[in-house]
Design a protein around this ligand. Structure first.
Ligand code: SF4
Length: 458
């Protein structure tokens, strides 16, 4: 049952699949152990990270995320500074207080095992947790998967997933749709714009006023992230010595905000996207859109086109609702996990969502929105995930800037297009899925290929 707020979630960086997901997994594990009545007997916990979670786990902060989750830090409520302090304390004292349980001895070096040599069968982001009694006996064990965008699933949930789940109805509400074709058909029948349809579906989750309030909170969180990124200088963590670039570019733009340079629009889009992704890379608070690695594209396009001259809240809601509707299609019919689809499933999806959202704000009809979203993905097909040093910095930060510019062009092409498109959004989503399945695992968030092996770390 997907909601707009499954697609847009507040969390902490640098990765929704490798940070937000593992935090949620650790909390869920302990809550299941508590329900089973075994948590009071636990004196030791062991975390095994397999596949991509291990291969890029250190760069993506998965070890820290596991500790935070074990202590009960929830991604949407976690203050990044408090999180860093808590992790530092665990490392210094060698113990932690389990969420819902007591204090236990904990040594991250031995109690978190990163096994990149284990290639999970069900999904590349596998996390196994075990609890032990004072006698050293294993008393509880579970395996979970972080399936992209902060979504998590148990082994049982993924194993019982049938082929048809890929196209199952993802929404609660009166206008359930399972494809872009369905979405357009319902819009035509009801004389709806896409954002109107999504909003009515959200009514199935909560009162309308609450949905609108939460949309505004999402936008506020995006803006705060942009502001922090524009005003924070220095090196990003992780050892690559990558400097934050957004503050300098921001200062230059402010020296001549109305310079009559034709390409200045690129600078504005670039600076907002990079501000968000530099915050993300430093473990700051971001909104998954639809993932952390691709979190800069939608805020950048929103900020430039809907808020430069004062926020137009109606436009911002239209943008977010439309983009979320498009994101739901990718989540349901393919995947938004870089470990499954490569970067086409993260930056490509964000570009597609932003293109559709912007087209909607420009007054596009549902068919034009669908076309914008299709173009936004068509030219990201095959995009690999090869982060240098396993960090969400190179190519991720610039890639969001490029993605924001591409999204605007996709919306523009869709609005200006004359003849009907030869490619549908459903076709391009299926093409992304098949391309992701065919892509070598070297290019799917393992840092074993591409830039990750050709750029020397220093
Ligand atoms: S390359 Fe793309 S998918 Fe991979 S970590 Fe960076 S933003 Fe995410």
């Amino acid at each position: 049952m997907l909601s707009v707020f499954d697609i847009f979630k507040i969390g902490i960086g640098p990765s929704s699949s490798h940070t937000v997901g593992p935090m949620r997994i650790a909390i869920r594990f302990l809550e299941e152990a508590a329900s089973a009545g075994v948590l009071p007997n636990a004196v030791r916990v062991k975390v095994d990270l397999h596949g991509s979670l291990a291969l890029t786990g250190i760069g993506h902060g998965t070890d820290k995320a596991a500790m935070l989750g074990l202590m009960g830090f929830e991604p949407d409520k976690t203050d990044p500074d408090a999180a860093q302090e808590a992790v530092a304390l665990v490392r210094a004292e060698g113990k932690l207080r389990l969420h819902g349980g007591g204090e236990i001895v904990f040594n991250p070096a031995t109690d978190i095992d990163l096994r990149g040599d284990i290639l999970p069968v069900i999904h590349p982001n596998e996390m196994r947790l075990r609890l032990y009694s004072a006698a050293g006996v294993e008393i509880f064990e579970r395996t979970y998967y972080s399936v992209g965008g902060g979504f998590i699933a148990s082994e049982k949930q993924l194993k019982t997933k049938s082929e048809d789940d890929r196209i199952a109805l993802p929404q609660r509400g009166p206008h359930a749709f399972s494809s872009a074709a369905d979405l357009l058909a319902i819009c035509a029948e009801k004389n709806f714009y896409i954002h109107e349809l999504i909003l009515e579906n959200e009514d199935g989750f909560r009162p309308r006023a609450e949905t609108e309030h939460r949309l505004d909170q999402i936008w506020l969180a995006m803006q705060s992230c942009i502001d922090r990124g524009l005003n924070t200088e220095g090196l990003l963590p992780g050892g690559l010595n990558v400097s934050r670039r957004a503050p300098q570019l921001w200062a230059k733009l402010h020296e001549a905000p109305l310079a009559n340079e034709r390409e200045q629009i690129f600078d504005w889009l670039n600076v907002y996207a990079m501000a968000v992704n530099e915050e993300n890379a430093s473990g700051g608070r971001v909104v998954t859109a639809p993932t952390n690695g691709a979190a800069g594209i939608i805020p950048s396009v929103l900020k430039y086109y809907c808020a430069e001259d004062g926020a137009n809240i109606a436009h911002i809601r239209i943008f977010l609702l439309t983009a979320a509707g498009i994101g739901m299609l990718y989540k349901q019919r393919a995947s938004i996990s870089g470990a499954e689809m490569g970067c086409q499933g993260e930056v490509g999806v964000a570009c597609s969502m932003a293109a559709g959202g912007l087209a909607a704000v420009w007054g596009a009809d549902p068919g034009q929105v669908e076309r914008a979203a299709e173009i936004g993905m068509e030219h990201n097909l095959g995009l690999t995930c090869d982060p240098v040093g396993g960090l969400v910095q190179i190519p991720c930060i610039e890639r969001n800037a490029i993605g924001a510019v591409k999204a605007v062009n996709a919306a523009r092409l869709a609005i200006r297009a004359g003849a009907a498109s030869k490619v549908t959004l459903d076709q391009v989503i299926e093409t992304m899925r098949q391309t992701g399945l065919d892509m070598s695992r070297k290019y799917k968030e393992t840092s074993e290929g591409g830039l990750a092996v050709n750029v020397v770390e220093c």
